[in-house]
Ligand binder design. Structure first.
Ligand code: HEC
Ligand code: HEC
Ligand code: HEC
Ligand code: HEC
Ligand code: HEC
Ligand code: HEC
Ligand code: HEC
Ligand code: HEC
Ligand code: HEC
Ligand code: HEC
Length: 303
């Protein structure tokens, strides 16, 4: 064992640096990435293709020539007695501690990656639960294919995935869209981490711009409560993804002086007396109230 160790140390000492011809002097305790290559060649080689190689090659971040140790910590001890116990592995740390390592570089970036108010950060889902640092390719560090993202999210949110199996849903099971079209996995200023494209603007409007307004005659809940006052974007039995199976049941939750449970606490005006709600003619409210999201010309949202 001792002779192996000596041999290794000799190797390390004489190791010819191939990438940086004149490596900067390393701070005490650090051994540099080239050293890791001796024993972890596969990981070292795949690292060259990873976006994090920028840490290794650029002087900008202060880790030039020792990128491995930016995440794994100074490795002097590890190369003196190489074992899993002598080196830091972020995926074995508590989530908050692991996140802190990543955030030394990723905090406060324009993409909101470093938002710590996300439910994930609060609930111990660390960066490394979703990002495999040493993987390359389409299933590598960042998932980009909708189907792969959905699979990852669904692995923990199986109840939400079940909602997408309802008859009417956004086309996630078909792989045409993904959870991150509507949610920012890193957190957002809005509840439920829904995507913001601009302040106060739900992500829905990015694709459904015709519902944006501003309308001359707005429908109160569209503006003040948002789309989920009436829709279940994960999936619904209703063909328009309404939160209730029939449109009238939805409307009457807010537009009746009946003692029904009004889940939103928003009461609208009661329909005028000529609305005979027992008659089928009046049951499909949106046959007449066609501009249900807001109208430019009619305060009763009829056209
Ligand atoms: C002399 C050979 C040698 C060198 C050089 C070496 N390692 Fe290791 N490393 C090992 C051995 C042996 C293990 C234990 C493998 C096991 O338990 O399966 C290990 C394990 C690891 C682990 C896994 C720890 C865990 O908890 O699973 C990490 C991370 C690691 N090394 C990082 C590094 C980094 C970073 C460098 C360069 C700074 C480096 N190693 C240099 C031999 C080496
Ligand atoms: C951006 C942070 C980061 C950098 C940089 C980094 N690693 Fe890792 N490494 C990790 C994480 C996190 C894990 C745990 C596995 C995972 O989640 O992908 C890991 C795991 C490992 C392991 C354990 C084997 C395994 O696959 O689990 C070894 C060995 C290792 N790294 C070596 C290296 C070497 C060598 C370098 C430099 C070429 C390096 N790492 C650079 C974050 C990093
Ligand atoms: C020493 C600084 C540093 C540390 C620590 C670090 N990163 Fe990075 N990370 C970078 C740089 C540099 C890039 C390259 C892209 C860029 O310039 O932003 C990057 C890119 C990424 C990307 C995006 C790649 C892409 O294709 O857009 C992800 C995901 C990522 N890092 C995750 C992590 C995770 C997870 C950790 C913690 C385990 C971590 N990083 C730790 C510096 C760092
Ligand atoms: C719940 C899963 C999840 C967690 C936790 C997570 N990410 Fe991500 N991250 C993703 C997904 C999915 C993408 C791709 C987003 C896209 O394509 O819009 C991504 C993208 C990124 C990117 C690329 C830039 C971008 O916005 O496209 C970086 C950098 C990154 N994450 C870093 C981090 C860091 C650092 C942490 C921990 C603080 C973290 N991520 C936690 C899922 C996650
Ligand atoms: C490792 C497990 C895990 C993975 C993977 C994961 N999540 Fe989560 N997610 C959680 C936990 C735990 C919470 C917090 C508890 C809760 O609300 O269920 C959470 C919370 C959330 C919330 C917020 C709920 C709220 O009301 O604030 C959203 C939205 C969410 N996740 C979306 C996603 C998306 C999108 C992905 C894929 C990019 C994803 N999650 C991947 C575990 C995970
Ligand atoms: C079309 C947009 C959209 C897509 C796609 C979407 N969500 Fe959501 N999701 C929302 C909205 C809006 C809310 C907020 C609901 C509310 O406030 O009542 C929400 C709420 C949530 C919540 C918190 C409340 C709950 O229902 O548990 C979680 C967790 C969640 N989504 C996870 C996911 C996951 C995982 C995926 C992908 C499989 C996904 N979402 C895809 C729009 C979407
Ligand atoms: C990435 C683009 C995208 C985003 C973001 C998005 N949608 Fe959609 N939505 C679509 C597409 C495409 C369809 C129609 C095709 C289909 O059946 O999936 C659709 C269909 C719908 C329908 C049913 C329309 C019909 O009659 O078939 C409703 C309701 C809906 N979306 C509401 C929402 C709400 C609410 C949000 C925000 C929580 C949202 N959407 C976010 C793309 C998007
Ligand atoms: C007050 C309840 C209510 C609110 C709030 C609401 N919708 Fe709707 N939405 C409906 C009803 C009812 C229908 C079905 C209309 C019909 O039967 O033709 C519908 C239909 C749709 C459709 C499919 C038909 C079409 O007109 O394109 C889309 C897409 C849609 N809504 C998106 C949204 C978006 C995006 C938001 C948030 C900006 C939103 N809705 C807010 C009640 C609402
Ligand atoms: C979440 C509660 C809610 C739901 C669901 C809802 N509305 Fe409304 N509606 C309101 C509120 C609040 C107003 C504004 C009342 C006011 O201005 O005093 C309003 C206004 C209206 C108006 C205009 C009346 C006026 O004088 O401003 C019509 C017409 C209307 N709603 C029809 C409908 C129909 C049809 C449905 C079902 C597709 C529906 N609403 C679903 C809350 C709701
Ligand atoms: C046959 C067409 C028709 C149908 C179906 C219909 N409405 Fe109306 N509704 C009207 C007309 C026309 C007015 C405007 C009356 C007026 O000018 O005072 C109106 C007005 C309203 C108002 C505004 C009352 C006010 O005081 O401002 C509400 C609320 C309303 N309807 C709700 C509903 C609901 C809920 C349904 C479904 C259960 C429904 N309507 C179905 C034609 C219809």
């Amino acid at each position: 064992m001792r002779s192996i160790k000596l041999a290794v140390l000799f190797l390390i000492a004489t190791c010819v640096t191939t990438r940086a011809q004149t490596p900067a002097a390393l701070p005490a305790g650090y051994v540099g990435s080239e050293t890791c290559k001796i024993c972890h060649e596969d990981i070292y080689n795949s690292f060259l293709k990873s976006p994090h190689d920028a840490v290794e090659t650029s002087a900008k971040r202060g880790w030039e020539g020792r990128a491995c140790e930016a995440c794994h910590g100074p490795a002097q001890m590890h190369i003196e007695s190489p074992s899993a116990a002598t080196i830091r592995n972020p995926s074995k740390l508590a989530a908050a501690v692991a996140d802190k390592i990543c955030l030394t570089c990723h905090l406060n970036q324009p993409t909101h990656v470093g938002r710590l108010e996300s439910s994930h950060a609060k609930d111990q889902v660390s960066c490394t639960s979703c990002h495999k640092v040493h993987a390359n390719g389409p299933n590598g560090l960042v998932l980009r294919k909708p189907a792969a993202i959905n699979e990852q999210c669904a692995s923990c949110h199986s109840n939400v995935w079940a909602e997408f199996q309802r008859p009417n849903h956004h086309k996630l099971p078909e792989g045409a869209m993904s959870c991150v079209d509507c949610h920012n996995p890193h957190g957002s200023i809005r509840p439920a981490m829904t995507q913001t494209f601009a302040a106060n603007e739900p992500g829905c409007l990015n694709c459904h711009g015709d519902k944006r307004g501003p309308f001359t005659f707005e429908h109160g809940p569209v503006r003040f409560e948002g789309c989920v006052a009436c829709h279940e974007p994960h999936g619904s039995a209703n063909p328009r993804m309404l939160a209730r199976p029939e449109v009238r049941l939805l409307c009457l939750e807010c537009h009746a002086n009946l003692p029904t449970v009004n889940t939103t606490g928003t009461i609208g005006v009661v329909p005028p007396a000529f609305h005979d709600l027992r008659s089928p003619r009046f049951q499909n409210c949106t046959v007449c109230h066609q501009k249900i999201h807001g109208s430019y010309v009619d305060r009763n949202l009829l056209r």
